[in-house]
Design a protein. Sequence first.
Length: 114
Amino acid sequence: MGMCAEIIAIGPFSKTVAEFLDYRPDLYATTAEGSMISRRLFGISEGSSLSCEFAELLGIKDTWDFNQHKIENEKINFAGLKKFGEFYDHYADDVAALEVLAHSGFELHFRPEG
């Protein structure tokens, strides 16, 4: 099976991010602007090779170096991630969400498993 990987995003709620969160936008109707919320992204389960390829697009060189797990938004290769989402189209929605959340003040954390 190998390593799996996901991103945990934590940041301030706004109506502009509602459609990119885990639940339907109407479930956030009473959520106050600025409330801290979380979102899980990707859930890559295809194994170590794909998880490492994904991590590299996030600016992570060593997936098991916990010092690198807080993703620095300026190191994200968004163009590469878009290609990743085109090739692995079941991740395309997560690529779009990641870009919006990263530009909306969310902290992003890489989480490997396995």
